[in-house]
Design a protein around this ligand. Structure first.
Ligand SMILES: [Zn+2]
Length: 226
């Protein structure tokens, strides 16, 4: 069984360095139904103005893959910032896998975003740490960017000749760019990279120690190969 990852371009916004940053989501095709990791941008209009968002509908992005929101069986949010969960409501039919700590953080810190992620009948599957979501698809808790941030691990063919195949890491905002991933001890971090710097460093060290074959970023187009 091999899971396929397709990157969606969901928006661009003005990054904290003044440059334009992409906002990516990822579709993981799975025999049990497609999985969407992060749903793109949504939130109050003044928030979108502040970040100078050029937004796309996630339904339009899926249409380019000949998919519709109904084809998404399950959503994973790496965390509940407005550029990662903003279009969750498009997938009311699907359970949303998120860390329990992240949902409480977001309710506490971002009440203005609640109607974008905690709408009526939102179906949360609350996780406490690392978890297997589906065969070959796992989340690992990586606190630091936010208290309940998680990364997604997509494993290749487990039974192929030569043992387990390569695996991919969808890093979310655990590292904004390859630079932060390459060296978490690098002096100055971009604003917003870490709400808890020691926890963030520990999380990046942990994901690096797993030696993912490919690392995909939410806000950077490069894929890091190792
Ligand atoms: Zn974030």
């Amino acid at each position: 069984m091999s899971l396929e990852i397709t990157r969606l371009h969901l928006a661009s916004l003005q990054g904290i360095d003044g440059g334009r940053w992409p906002v990516h989501g990822f579709v993981v095709t799975h025999p049990g139904g497609a999985v969407l990791v992060d749903t793109g941008v949504g939130g109050p209009p003044d928030m979108l103005d502040d970040w100078r968002v050029v937004n796309r509908s996630v339904a339009d992005a899926l249409a380019e893959l000949d998919m519709s929101p109904a084809d998404i069986a399950l959503v994973i949010n790496t965390h509940l910032h407005f550029d990662h969960c903003g279009q969750n409501a498009v997938f009311r039919h699907a359970p949303v896998y998120v860390q329990r700590a992240e949902l409480s953080r977001a309710k506490r810190e971002s009440p203005e975003l609640c109607e974008w992620f905690d709408f009526m009948n939102a179906r949360f599957e609350l996780l406490d740490g690392d978890a297997e979501v589906l065969p070959g698809l796992e989340v690992i808790a990586t606190p630091g960017h936010t208290e309940g941030h998680q990364c997604v691990v997509v494993r290749g063919d487990q039974d192929g000749p030569g043992g387990p195949g390569p695996f991919d890491l969808l890093i979310g905002d655990a590292a904004y760019t390859p630079r932060q991933y390459a060296d978490p001890d690098l002096g100055k971090l971009p604003a917003g990279q870490a709400s808890d710097v020691p926890a963030w460093r520990e999380s990046v060290r942990r994901v690096r120690s797993l030696h993912p074959d490919r690392v995909h970023f939410c806000h950077h187009t490069d894929i890091v190969h190792s």
